[in-house]
Write a protein that binds this ligand. Structure first.
Ligand code: FE2
Length: 251
């Protein structure tokens, strides 16, 4: 069995408890739950008590938890975990059965292939990204609160690594080419520019991540494409599916 869901933002109890997700009783560690980014379970500067509790809780579930990264993750901490080869692609091992599926990888799970590519541009930074090292940080922080627009703090609640690097994008194209540009599933956080337009019109500007995914959309054969980021559940097309709280079975 493989289930997939959208952003969790470290809010795990309701979606994954046995009352709302009773199917887990039939699952084993060879079954998977995939989160389409904004996992939020690796967020603080160090693994604090709350994070440790939830990561250990997932490790104790009957299934293996997999996530791609969204924009709201501590990308510096994610990068500090050991990288392992796992089912054809690279993962960061957060726990033995809590794995970060890295960008640009193709995994084979239960005879299905998955191309994974996390990351996205944050939309909730209209108030800017403050630098804690800035000598005027305190006054700027006060101003940001007063303006009332959402803002973030570099290395505390925002990380430049939310957007992919050139190398990650190249690696993705190489790994797809090695699979004849054909996969069963694509799992991303944001979506291709054209899917974004179908979803929200001109509300969001295309950026280099959505353009890269557009290139993939136009060159890769896939059965279904699952993504998160936009906080809604919607079949944008028959193949392109936005997930938020819904937890659906795909295998
Ligand atoms: Fe999100």
């Amino acid at each position: 069995m493989i289930y997939i869901t959208g952003d969790t933002h470290a809010d795990f109890e309701l979606r994954f408890n046995t009352e709302n997700f009773p199917e887990q009783k039939e699952m084993t560690k060879d079954d998977y739950v995939i989160i389409c980014g904004d996992f939020g379970g690796v967020w603080e500067q160090v693994e604090d008590r709350r994070e440790r509790w939830w990561l250990n809780w997932f490790e104790s579930r009957p299934y293996t938890l997999l996530f791609i990264d969204g924009n709201h993750e501590n990308h510096e901490r994610l990068a500090s975990y050991p990288v392992k080869e796992w089912n054809g692609g690279k993962v960061h091992e957060i726990r033995p059965h809590v794995l970060h599926l890295m960008r640009g990888q193709v995994f084979t799970l239960q005879d299905k292939t998955f191309f994974t590519f996390g990351g996205a541009k944050s939309h909730d930074i209209q108030g800017g990204v403050l630098e804690p090292e800035d000598p005027d940080y305190k006054s700027k922080l006060r101003e940001a609160f007063d303006r009332g627009l959402p803002f973030r703090i570099n290395h505390v609640s925002w990380w430049a690594g939310e957007m992919p690097s050139e190398e990650e994008m190249r690696e993705g194209l190489r790994n797809l080419a090695a699979h004849d540009n054909t996969v069963d599933f694509v799992v991303t956080h944001c979506c291709p520019s054209s899917t974004q337009v179908l979803l929200r019109g001109s509300m969001y500007e295309p950026d280099f991540a959505t353009r890269y995914l557009e290139e993939i959309r136009n060159s890769v054969n896939y059965t279904k494409w699952f993504f998160g980021h936009y906080h809604d559940n919607r079949n944008v097309t028959a193949k392109d599916i936005l997930l938020y709280e819904q937890l659906i079975r795909i295998v």
